[in-house]
Design a protein around this ligand. Structure first.
Ligand code: BGC
Ligand code: NOJ
Length: 820
């Protein structure tokens, strides 16, 4: 394996530093926290959007292009005959120095060429609908430098899907306005849109371009745009075709002199009646206001400091010092950062998700918020209500919804029978973090229909009922279109390549397809539901109602456990499912895919058959049959041929994606199973295999994708290229890695009444200290493992030993000593 390195961690600044622009894949970062977002690669590629990457795409991007990662925000520096970009691309002029620092909500790209340094800081200030690009040009040479600077952005005509399709219309609709140093993009504003975008720079410009063909030249590329190569802007005004924005600035720098320019890419919405100030002339007041807030270096530096403060505060909530840098940097920085990103984007916009295909997933968002809830609980609360509002009265749910409209997505519909359980998973995590039971009284509609509102608690109840009301011949949950594994399409099978694996529901009547994964998920979330009911009955003082509900559900859980023990156990592991015809899936009797990971994870977390030794055996089978150098594969052996009645899973070549790839998302399920079983050594060794910082040094080139975040899938042992990673950033892996390490390995678990301390560690673990802000309390918790893998002997809070291992919640600062 090649030993080349492309970058390294800088923990002190919470950055990943990329030192070679030719990374094995674009290594990206996300800018923006709430409304205005950007994706930015290490060569400044990427795009921006407002809230919804499909419906409010601000700048254009071409996926999967030649060369890779083409289009973005580019600065061209023309120094004599040499033209270069600080981020290397698109000119690819060899630089004397290149560095990209991806940090928390910002990226700084620096290039140097022939004695000139160009450093650009990209970020989206808090509560601001704009991306700041602060460019600093420095003359590090001994001579006076006269430079020509061109900025470049390409506008997307808002709907990113039609922008790529409907050229017969698009080529006639594009419109811009130019006012001083600001270029406005107002396509479709004359009709139904009340929003426009702008690109501004805080200095006088000596020219501009807004028409792509004029600026680039029809048969040129971003690497030889006519205007730049000739050093002469055309002052073009776009009418239709492809509008862009480029400023032209002439810069003279004395030796040692440095100049800052603040570029702003902004987005504005106007009230209908304030759209225009004159016929066809857009009202620019709101744009002016944004510009005014950020038109000097000082103001921008202040906004940047605020962003850094914001991240300081967020990352202060849970902070560990173990003395192991690789672990600490993932726990304290990158894992939490990735959780915020997945919370924001679900599976919509990354360099593997086009932003046009998918909205917010029902199950995905519930899992994401569990990784995020400790950071900004009110946003998790809002998300829970939004998600629950897309549920149907029978407990089923839309599988996805659009972030802009918050409406269920009809293209995909519902029928994924694991979905309802995840609402309990998410809601319980929120209440445990915050102690805010009032969320259960919120009135929440079904399918967003006014008048259909019931309490959120009622939504949880119908969620549980949905499983109970949809049991199959073995009294196990019917799978519906699919459970967590979107590719195990036991009722959607078809020979027609034009039909979707996900929505071709040709065989739902009379199906016998049942899921052991949902069975385990039902038991885990069911136990949470029962505990919640018990808590509510304590809280309300009137025990009757809730304790009856607890009893009812406990009976259903007991029945499910019995069903799994009876018909869900294969001898050495849990079965995965029964297919449409009632045949076993994931059994020793099967020709291929004899064992699957999902049911091992969920049934061990549920501790089904622990007394009978099932849990231990299943965990051992994961080690024996699923584990490999890079993690645990999803199933084993891989499918080598397409199985018509299983669907998409067997469509993948061996070792990739759901067909025996290492689906990082579900490794933590087994790891948590290990933790619950008290097997700390095993839990840790599984965990370390998919911990990015552990993989970083070994696999800089093989792994390909960003070494600072988890990816969805690492090619498994049966793949042509084992260890190759794909689908980075937007994956439930982030939340699950967080839950695993924060609550199960390091062992700090929010409960309704306090913080439970229950670590599960490798024998080699040393003493460690965790700072945990929890509601209005702040705990400093030091754990002394004493070579033990599990089991807390004593907890001492502020000098007083307590009963049990749950620190009762009380506001204020506390010091806690834990002996294992
Ligand atoms: C992928 C799954 C994904 C599904 C739905 C499939 O092609 O393999 O991972 O969940 O599409 O988008
Ligand atoms: C990705 C999807 O977003 C998620 O919902 C699904 O559970 C996994 N793939 C597994 O198929």
């Amino acid at each position: 394996m090649e030993n080349k390195r492309y970058g390294h961690f800088d923990d002190q600044h919470r950055e990943y530093v990329i030192t070679d622009p030719r990374t094995p894949w674009p290594w990206i970062n996300y800018l923006g926290n709430e409304d205005f977002f950007s994706l930015i690669s290490n060569t400044a590629g990427g795009y921006s959007f407002y809230k919804d990457a499909k419906f409010r795409r601000i700048t254009r991007y071409r996926y999967n292009n030649v060369p890779m990662d083409n289009g973005g925000r580019y600065f061209y520096v023309k120094d004599g005959d040499t033209v270069w970009n600080p981020g290397w691309k698109p000119m690819k002029t060899p630089l004397d120095f290149y560095e990209c620092r991806h940090g928390m909500g910002y990226t700084r790209i620096t290039g140097r060429k022939n004695g000139v340094e160009a450093s650009v800081l990209f970020f989206v200030p808090l509560k601001t609908w704009a991306e700041v690009q602060k460019l600093t040009l420095t003359n590090q040479s001994e001579e006076v430098k006269t430079l020509k600077l061109f900025s470049f952005e390409e506008w997307c005509l808002w709907n990113a899907a039609t922008d790529m399709e409907n050229f017969q219309r698009n080529f006639s609709t594009g419109e811009v306005e130019i006012e001083g140093s600001t270029i406005y993009h107002k396509t479709e504003y004359r009709e139904r849109r009340n929003h426009y975008a702008f690109y501004h720079v805080n200095t006088e410009i000596q020219g501009f371009d807004t028409d792509r063909e004029t600026f680039v030249g029809l048969y040129n590329e971003f690497s030889n745009p006519d205007a730049v190569m000739e050093g002469r802007p055309r002052n073009s005004h776009a009418h239709g075709w492809s509008p862009i924005a480029s400023h032209y600035i002439e810069v003279t720098l004395q030796p040692g002199e440095s100049k800052d320019y603040v570029f702003l890419l902004g987005y504005v919405e106007n009230p209908q009646e304030e759209k225009f100030v004159a016929p066809q002339v857009i009202n620019k007041q709101r744009a002016h206001a944004i510009i005014e807030k950020l038109d000097t270096t000082e103001k921008v530096d202040m906004a940047f400091a605020q962003l850094q403060d914001y991240w300081d505060r967020l990352l202060d909530i849970y902070n560990v010092r173990t003395g192991n840098d690789k672990l600490d940097r993932m726990v304290n920085i990158w894992n939490q950062y990735q959780c915020m990103v997945t919370f924001n984007f679900s599976r919509s916009a990354s360099f593997f998700e086009s932003g046009v295909g998918r909205g917010m997933g029902f199950r995905d968002s519930n899992q994401d918020l569990v990784g995020f809830v400790h950071q900004i609980p009110p946003r998790a609360r809002e998300r829970i209500i939004d998600i629950a509002s897309t549920q149907f009265p029978d407990g089923g749910c839309y599988h996805q919804y659009q972030p802009l409209t918050k409406r269920g997505n009809n293209d995909i519909g519902g029928g994924f029978n694991d979905d309802p359980c995840w609402l309990i998973f998410g809601t319980v995590a929120y209440i445990k973090e915050t102690g805010d039971f009032s969320i259960l009284d919120e009135m929440v509609p079904f399918d967003n229909q006014p008048g259909s509102e019931v309490t959120l608690f009622e939504h949880l109840k119908v969620s549980m009922n949905h499983v109970i009301n949809n049991l199959g011949p073995h009294l196990l949950p019917l799978i519906g279109r699919a459970d967590w594994n979107d590719c195990l399409n036991l009722n959607c099978f078809s020979w027609d390549p034009n039909e979707s694996f996900q929505t071709t529901e040709n065989k739902s009547e009379g199906t016998k397809a049942e899921s052991l994964m949902i069975a385990g998920l039902f038991v885990v979330t069911g136990k949470e539901y029962v505990a919640l009911c018990q808590k509510l009955s304590e809280n309300s003082g009137k025990s009757g109602l809730y304790s009856k509900e607890a009893e009812r559900m406990q009976a259903a859980i007991d029945a499910m456990i019995a069903a799994v023990k009876k018909d869900g156990w294969d001898g050495e592991w849990y079965l995965r499912a029964y297919d449409y015809f009632g045949r076993k899936i994931g059994s020793n009797e099967c020709e291929e895919a004899k064992i699957f990971i999902e049911s091992q994870g969920w049934c061990t977390m549920a501790e089904i058959g622990a007394e009978e030794g099932m849990v231990g055996k299943a965990l051992d089978s994961c080690k024996k049959y699923l584990e490999c150098e890079h993690g645990m594969v999803l199933n084993n052996p891989a499918f080598t041929k397409y199985v018509y009645e299983y669907g998409e899973i067997s469509s993948y070549p061996e070792g990739y994606k759901e067909n025996a790839g290492i689906f990082c998302h579900n490794n933590p399920w087994v790891i948590i199973g290990e933790c619950i079983a008290g097997r700390g050594n095993d839990a840790w060794s599984h965990y370390a295999k998919i911990l990015p910082s552990y993989v970083e040094e070994k696999y800089q080139t093989l792994h390909k994708v960003e070494p600072y975040v988890n990816c969805q899938m690492v090619a498994g042992k049966d793949a042509a290229k084992p260890g190759e990673g794909k689908n980075s950033w937007l994956t439930g892996t982030a939340a699950w890695m967080w839950l695993t390490v924060s609550q199960y390995i390091l062992g700090i678990k929010p409960q309704y009444d306090g913080l439970q301390i229950d670590p599960c560690l490798p024998e080699t673990a040393k003493d460690y200290t965790i700072q945990r802000r929890f509601r209005d309390a702040e705990y400093t918790i030091t754990i002394h493992p004493n070579g033990s893998q599990k089991g807390v002997k004593q907890v001492v809070v502020d000098g007083q030993p307590i009963e049990g291992n749950t620190i009762p919640y009380s506001a204020g600062k506390h010091t806690v000593e834990v002996t294992m």
